[in-house]
Write a protein that binds this ligand. Structure first.
Ligand code: ATP
Ligand code: MG
Length: 583
């Protein structure tokens, strides 16, 4: 990954972080370089066709987003097409629920397969024909070795394999057996169809790989029509060929399968065979990126489901509130290369902040309320102060906020005996209430346990915007809500689900047998939050910046009428928050 330098500066006036330097060269993409060369040579008649080929055996994660952006993005870049194809050749693990979620996720990311939604299972009849052609050519045979024998015959990396005694069957006999396999004459596992390549090949994938197996399993699309199913390595290149895919882009673990990909297309596809290109899969710090692991979290109840806002799934990120634009930007910045690397989760956060800062309207909400009574403010009075919805976007307009004698601020924003650099409220100290007045703390009230339960203040009536003392300097500015009109809300704050993982680059699998250590503090629920009155009517999926707290999104599942639940997407990297942790 190219070096990344970025730095933030806090602007108190606008309540937001401002970026003052960043260097992210447009990330390199070696696949685009290859395609440019191909186009120069007019390969495939100048056509570019890619595909995104998920197996519907789980929900998509952000690693898949890299592949989606690469495949669909490449088609867009070169005026080509990108197909969505479900690689649904293994009915034992696949389900229609996953098909639906994958379609929703790709759409949400902003890509369109138009009328090119395909299923490998639709090609079962043609794949069967391809297998017959191999048999006719003497390039495939029906093998009756048991699974164990097959393993023993395969050899090892240092030792060549041995040829199966069934390898020399005649084409006629193979054809007859293969047809009977299809017709259900033999039990599951009794025999398989294998390619006849080279048992001495240094590449284990070429040692007569299995092409078809018998498996009596109901398929979510073809039902019980088939009792033999093709292996991925057989179905994939031929599905690519059937669709006219030109550039079949996949992750590095398929590099060793490429010779088999080419063997199949060379032997079966006469014109413009597709070609496979591998790139490094995305790994991110502090997260795991494997459907198998993610399924464990779901099944064990560690998370509430595939769309739990802590999950790195696209449905989790969506529910948490990450904008799809931010995820696309992230995928663009990480680039496409062959060397495996682990991307810092901070880069995704950075992309999210960039996007949200530009677009999210500002609101005020107090997570853990502390009552402030302004003794010199008339008890019955409510006035309205003007608040801009976005500091840099006049089109976003403004709103009016009620202000009265009793307000709430954050408990964290008051300290009785603060350290030196505490610029929030303290006895005798002054702060500005954002969009309103300067207040001075005159007294405090404690509860039976000695905790501050109420703070008393005086306000300066001339300190409001437009007033004589409006320009008066005070060090701290706090967010607040008026007590009488406040909306009661719930917020959920998140931290990473795992304590470690991926730091060693082995995030996808965490090494054999290694269990990820779960972060016991990955979810904090604040049920007593108070927000601006209009927040009561927040719609599911609506995003805001809550001043000084971060970016939030109204939960799409749990937000009910007049009971919004907000997920914190991401914090602001607030120095105040940092100070609070340090003291
Ligand atoms: P997992 O290992 O998480 O189960 P998978 O590779 O089995 O994922 P598929 O449904 O087969 O999932 O993947 C569809 C496409 O997405 C494949 O082309 C695969 O290479 C790509 N892909 C999967 N994970 C990543 C990742 N972490 N980074 C980039 N591409 C990925
Ligand atoms: Mg896979």
């Amino acid at each position: 990954m190219p070096p990344l330098f970025f730095c933030y500066n806090l602007s108190l006036k606008s309540d937001r972080w401002e970026l003052f330097s960043i260097e992210t060269p447009r990330a390199a993409n070696f696949i685009h370089a290859i395609i440019r060369e191909d186009l120069k040579e007019n390969k495939n008649g100048g056509r570019v066709c890619t595909r995104f080929p998920p197996e519907p055996n789980g929900y998509l994660h952000i690693g898949h987003a890299k592949s989606i952006c690469l495949n669909f993005g490449t088609a867009l870049e070169f005026g080509g097409k990108c197909n969505l194809r479900f690689d649904d050749t293994n009915p034992s693990k696949e389900d229609i629920e996953y098909v639906d979620s994958i379609r929703a996720d790709v759409r949400w990311l902003g890509f369109d397969w138009e009328d090119r939604l395909f299923y490998a299972s639709d090609y079962f009849p043609r794949l069967y024909e391809f297998a017959c052609r191999l048999i006719e050519k003497g390039l495939a045979y029906v093998c009756e070795l048991t699974a164990e024998e097959t393993r023993a015959y395969r050899g090892t990396l240092s030792q060549p394999g041995r040829e199966s005694p069934y390898r020399t069957r005649s084409a006629g006999e193979n054809m007859d057996l293969f047809r009977r396999m299809r017709e259900g004459e033999f039990p599951d596992g009794a025999m398989v169809l294998r390619a006849r390549i080279d048992m001495a090949s240094p590449n284990l994938n070429l040692r007569d790989p299995v092409l078809y197996r018998i498996m009596r399993r109901r398929h979510h699309r073809t039902g019980d029509v088939w009792c033999i199913y093709p292996m991925y390595d057989f179905a994939h290149p031929l599905s690519d060929a059937i669709e006219g895919v030109t550039h079949s882009i996949c992750t590095m673990e398929f590099e060793d399968h490429r010779p088999l990909y080419n063997w199949l297309t060379d032997n079966l596809i006469a014109e413009n065979p597709p070609r496979q290109y591998e790139f490094a899969r995305l790994e991110i710090t502090r997260t795991v990126m494997s459907k198998r692991r993610l399924r464990q979290f779901v099944d064990s109840g560690v998370v509430s489901g595939w769309d739990d806002p802590r999950m790195p799934t696209l449905s989790g990120l969506r529910r948490r509130g990450y904008p799809p634009e931010a995820i696309r930007d992230f995928c663009e910045r990480i680039g496409v290369a062959k060397a495996n690397s682990v991307v810092d989760a901070a880069l995704l956060d950075y992309c999210a902040r960039e996007d949200l800062n530009r677009r999210a309207e500002r609101r005020m909400l107090v997570l853990r309320p502390l009552k402030v009574v302004i003794d010199n403010y008339p008890a019955e009075r409510t006035e309205y102060v003007e608040a801009k919805n976005h500091p840099d976007d006049p089109v976003a307009g403004s709103r009016r906020l009620p202000f009265g004698r009793e307000i709430y601020i954050e408990q964290d924003d008051f300290m009785e005996n603060p350290p030196k650099k505490f610029f929030r409220l303290r006895p005798g100290g002054e702060v500005r209430l954002k969009h309103a007045y300067i207040i001075t703390c005159t007294d405090l009230v404690k509860d039976a346990e000695g905790r501050v339960s109420e703070v008393h203040c005086q306000y300066d009536p001339l300190s409001k915007s437009g007033g004589e003392n409006a320009g008066r300097k005070v060090r701290g500015t706090l967010h607040w809500v008026a007590a009488r009109e406040a909306a009661r809300l719930e917020t959920r704050l998140y931290d990473s689900l795992l304590l470690d993982a991926a730091e060693d680059g082995g995030g996808a699998e965490l090494g054999d047998g290694a269990e990820p250590r779960l972060n016991p503090d990955s979810l904090t629920v604040c049920r007593e939050c108070l927000g601006e009155p209009a927040l009561a009517a927040a719609r599911p999926g609506e995003r805001f910046q809550f001043l000084r707290l971060g970016y939030f999104c109204a939960d799409s599942k749990d937000t009910a009428f007049e009971h919004p639940v907000f997920n914190r997407i991401i914090g602001l990297r607030d120095t105040w928050a940092k100070l609070a942790r340090e003291t």
